[in-house]
Design a protein around this ligand. Structure first.
Ligand SMILES: [Zn+2]
Length: 54
């Protein structure tokens, strides 16, 4: 099985403004900022779109 988390290179954290700091956990439908620790739930359809871009 592949890694459970992926970096989101093109996104910037809305809370702290750090680029390339967001990780997505598709299994949990969760996005977390590694810089400030902000977590946000996301819609599964969006997770599918991210996966399709790779
Ligand atoms: Zn942040």
């Amino acid at each position: 099985m592949a890694e459970l988390a992926y970096t989101l290179d093109d996104l910037t954290c809305a809370s702290c403004g750090t680029a390339d700091s967001l990780w997505i956990y598709p299994v949990c439908a969760l996005v977390e900022c590694r810089e400030c620790g902000t977590k946000a739930a996301m819609i599964l359809d969006q997770a599918d779109e991210f996966g399709g871009e790779r």
